[in-house]
Design a protein. Sequence first.
Length: 381
Amino acid sequence: MRTWASFILAVSVTACTSQPPAETPSPAATVPVKRESFGSVEGKTIERFTLTNKHGVELQAITYGGIITALKTPDRAGTIGDIVLGFDSLEGYLGGHPFFGAIIGRYGNRIAKGRFTIDGIEYKLATNNGPNHLHGGNKGFDKVVWQGELLPEIAGQQSVAFSYTSADGEEGYPGTLVTKVTYTLNDNNELIVDYQARTDKPTHVNLTQHSYFNLAGSGDILGHELTIDADRYTPVDATLIPTGELAPVEGTPFDFRKATTIGARINDAHPQLKNGQGYDHNWVLFASRADLHRAARVVEPKSGRTLEVATTEPGLQFYAGNFLDGTLKGKGGQTYGHRSGFCLETQHYPDTPNQKAFPTTLIKPGEQYKSRTVFVFGVER
């Protein structure tokens, strides 16, 4: 097990050896934040914010769904490329898509049969994923307009905060939930995502970020080498609801404790892979929620790009883009085929409101929901 301090040290060492070659110098200074219109929804102007650090890493995010529309990083040759799936215009995001780049809430992942009970009162939610509730319902946080705010720039750091107030009863959830999600890009090539929320009634909250990554920029993701710092995962039934078991990964296709290509075992004859049509499961992370700890590392051998993920969350949902089928055309007319992107969703376990043995997602008035995830971008020679 690696501590967060050792993770930071490892990232710092990698950064020292992973800068663009001398013939491709990094920009001398951070580019000012760009704020512009990105269309409108129901008469509301949608804004796009562009953050850029001194190494040329660029984040674009919009107030519709808090969606990360672009994330550009250098490869080993210093060439900047976009590593997330999405669309060139707002119309693409309004036309139906599998949550590309969005903030997910109130509850990321599935809730069995769209219902849970708090203090003896049963709450019924939309069943928008077979018999279950998924990612906040028919109009979750991915489909609402957030308020965008630029935070004061600090040397080597740019931040934009997205705020949204979810009314009591929205999508069936109790309590008025005041939510704030902040994206911070710094000169250490870190994207820090901070989540905060408070409520006036007991309610369940499980926020996450749903970017689809492809470190090569195109093609499938089966050759990406993945490490997940977990020795257990939560098996699911045929509808992808956890059985309640925390099963060992050892001896299964779910063992990513050592770097393994995503495609190495994804088509194995394992009942859990059949249930998810590939990887669409939650891994149980080693550390407690109070600590920022490494969850995963990904290397794309051809480009050399790397991604490390650290979080305060107890779970990591790894989804291998099993339901992408080539019908969506994204940036530059690119077709998003089967397994052309992967998600690493830091969160609590699926169906936690109905699973008493899982770490709770319940927050009460006077409490504050807080969570942090850090994405670190690098290059491996």
